[in-house]
Design a protein around this ligand. Structure first.
Ligand code: COA
Ligand code: AMP
Length: 630
């Protein structure tokens, strides 16, 4: 711990720079202390500042005379609904829902869990929490009851806010039974659930516990924003780590507000009145930062799109939305464009729309593969900007700048996420923590301190902040990604070096999937590794060793095991490949050789570790696995 503390040096120029950037924020009380270390050996940004994040996103714009401007557009091809909310209307709805929460006893510091699809009520719920200083924790709707229960136990919410259902392509997914099941499993019980009833599936409400959203709104009064400290948490967002237990990334209010305003201007080049569309989900960090907070704090118009890139109704859906609402910048995951490109390879559907307002495309969530980069660039003739970030940072670490500072265009490079953004000192380190030469791969680390807006701590587990991110290289934050910086300074992020995989831009833990598989009574041991997938980037592959004496057939077991992943983690895990094998390759100390497994699957030359337990197992497995992802 002491060693870690010693490694934290705060340069005055850093403080000065971020003090200037903080001028963009309409604080209730301007901070005088810009950056300091705290008892957890970590940083506090703008320690003595006071503000309210909901005020900055809504009321502030009404006060500035922008009340009539559209704040939020809801476009839902899955229901056929479209709705616009001005800044005044949204402020009033949020203030009222804050009244609903207050009536249920929610106060500053209380946790509120939100499990909702992409409907405006999700945004209203988040902003209402921020208005009261309550801490929201949004759980992505694709997660199953067990995952929800894990988050309920960790966040211990006073209230759960849900909707009766989500709507996917061609199917309605009732959410309320998942909430009920999760509460049943969880040891922590919320006092109440507030449920937004959708006509596609009405939920059964449990008397005395469940409340109807609309009925509560009808009797609530509007509540003004409360002042919170800069370091008070705004939200907790759970993300997959290397263990089965997701990490609760805590975001503060002050540093986050500065980072949101800074990035909207300097990374995305957005100004008040512009239309910014982050085609993601409020359950992910992209949704928090650029569907809700950043976009609204910057006084832009945001879009909540309840649909998919394809099949709602076709691969022209993104272009239709961009044309209809005169979107100025679009942000999505490479997977979405791979899906569009697969259905409309020549971009014929794009020609039906006037995209003259669209200036740039931003991609993140997974590596933008060169093929998709070129396809997108050729088809749209727009700048295609791959940029790299994580739930932990909350805003981009690297991107291609809007210009070189003298008005000249900076070229993007296929496969690269651009250059580190000012505030992030990105370095590539070898195993001993030494910087490697240009072009050589290593661990992508960020020299401390991280800029404002990055994780404030891991909820209820500050030790995990240290063990998970700060212990590998003293003085650095370890990103968990591997990559390199080329001679020209372009950063290439090549993939995770831990047990995290990115499926369709969704971050999932193979360790968590292994826990689910191994809890099946027939499973002796198992391993889950990520394999390449032409649509989703990566998908999990499960390798399972079955106990002796099990009478069920392999087919039955495979189907049960796949179902258990859907039930416990959710359909988004997309575990479609499961192979029953006799033995897993291991070291003599019992460690599963995941790298070797990946090499077998990719048909690469296998580095046979000297500590291997039994070489025969490699020979046997190689022939079975080599074509599995072809
Ligand atoms: N609620 C409930 N279930 C959900 C869900 C949600 N919010 N989101 C996804 N699911 C389910 C899907 O219905 C599907 O279930 P199924 O196996 O029963 O069909 C499963 O989870 C996998 O969904 P998805 O990953 O969306 O795959 P898909 O094959 O249905 O669609 C794409 C493929 C490429 C269209 C889709 O993955 C996509 O739009 N990707 C972009 C992702 C993205 O924007 N990420 C942003 C991160 S910045
Ligand atoms: P998440 O926390 O869900 O946003 O996932 C973060 C992880 O997604 C990163 O650690 C990377 O592995 C991956 N990622 C995000 N953006 C990019 C990118 N532009 N290029 C490569 N990988 C990315």
């Amino acid at each position: 711990m002491e060693k870690l503390k010693d490694s934290i040096k705060i340069d005055d120029s850093i403080k000065k720079y971020w003090q200037e950037q903080a001028q963009q924020v309409a604080w209730y009380k301007k901070p005088e202390t810009i950056l300091s270390t705290n008892n957890d050996s970590w940083y506090d940004w703008y320690t003595d500042g006071e503000l309210n994040s909901c005020y900055l996103a809504l009321d502030y714009h009404v006060e500035q005379g922008r009340g009539e401007q559209t704040a939020l557009i809801y476009d839902s091809p899955v229901t056929g609904q479209k709705q616009k909310f001005s800044y005044s209307e949204l402020t009033s709805l949020v203030a009222k829902f804050a009244g609903v929460l207050r009536d249920q006893g929610v106060n500053k510091g209380d946790r509120v869990l939100i499990y909702m699809p992409m409907i405006p009520q999700a945004a209203i719920a988040m902003l209402a929490c921020a208005r009261l200083g309550a801490i929201h924790s949004v759980v992505f709707g694709g997660f199953a009851a067990h995952e929800l229960a894990v988050r309920i136990n960790d966040a211990e919410p006073t209230i759960i806010i849900g909707a009766s259902c989500g709507i996917e392509i061609d199917k309605v997914i009732p959410y309320k039974p998942l909430i009920d099941e999760a509460i049943e499993i969880a040891t922590h019980k919320p006092q109440h659930c507030i449920i937004y009833q959708r006509e596609q599936a009405q939920a059964t409400l449990i008397p005395s516990r469940d409340l109807n959203w609309q009925a509560q709104m009808d009797i609530a009064v509007e509540i003004p924003p409360v002042s919170v400290n800069s370091t008070d948490p705004l939200y907790i967002l759970y993300t997959s780590g290397t263990t089965g237990k997701p990490k609760g990334v805590v975001r503060d209010n002050g540093g986050h507000a500065v980072a949101m305003l800074y990035s909207m201007k300097h990374v995305y080049g957005m100004h008040t009145g512009d239309v910014f569309w982050a085609a993601s989900d409020v359950g992910w960090v992209v949704g928090h930062s650029y569907i809700i907070y950043g976009t609204l704090m910057a006084g832009c118009t945001t879009i909540m799109y309840e649909g998919k890139p394809i099949r709602t109704p076709d691969a022209g859906a993104f272009w239709r939305v961009c044309a209809e609402y005169k979107v100025n910048a679009l942000f999505s995951a490479p997977t979405a464009f791979r899906a569009i490109g697969k259905e409309d390879p020549k971009g014929e559907l794009l020609k039906n729309y006037d995209l003259s307002s669209l200036k740039r495309l931003y991609l993140a969530g997974e590596r933008l593969d060169p093929a998709t980069y070129y396809w997108l660039k050729d088809t749209t003739q727009l700048p295609v900007i791959d940029h790299w970030w994580q739930t932990e940072t909350g805003w981009p670490i690297a991107s291609t700048p809007l210009d070189d500072g003298h008005g000249n265009v900076v070229a993007t490079k296929a496969g690269s996420a651009g250059f580190p953004i000012k505030g992030y000192d990105v370095q590539i380190l070898d195993a001993s923590g030494k910087q490697v030469p240009a072009g050589q791969q290593g661990s992508v680390a960020i020299k401390l301190p991280l800029p404002p807006g990055c994780l404030a701590t891991v909820y209820r587990d500050p030790q995990r902040l240290i063990s998970g991110y700060l212990s590998d290289f003293p003085g650095y934050y370890t990103s968990g990604d591997g990559g390199y910086i080329d001679e020209a300074g372009y950063l290439f992020i090549m993939g995770r070096i831990d047990d995290v995989i990115n499926v369709a831009g969704h971050r999932l833990s193979t360790g968590e999937m292994e826990e689910v598989l191994s809890s099946h009574p027939a499973v002796a041991e198992c391993a889950v590794v990520g394999i390449d997938d032409s649509l989703k980037g990566q998908v999990p592959l499960g390798l399972v060793v079955i106990k002796n004496g099990i009478s069920a057939s392999d087919e039955e077991l495979i189907s049960e095991l796949k179902q258990s992943i859907r039930n416990d983690i959710g359909a988004i895990a997309s575990l479609k490949n499961l192979v029953i094998i006799d033995r897993l390759p291991k070291t003599r100390s019992g460690k599963i050789l995941r790298k070797t497994l990946r090499q077998m699957i990719d048909g690469e030359e296998i580095d046979i570790p000297s500590t291997i337990e039994d070489i025969q197992v490699i020979t046997e497995l190689s022939s079975r696995l080599v074509n599995i992802n072809k």
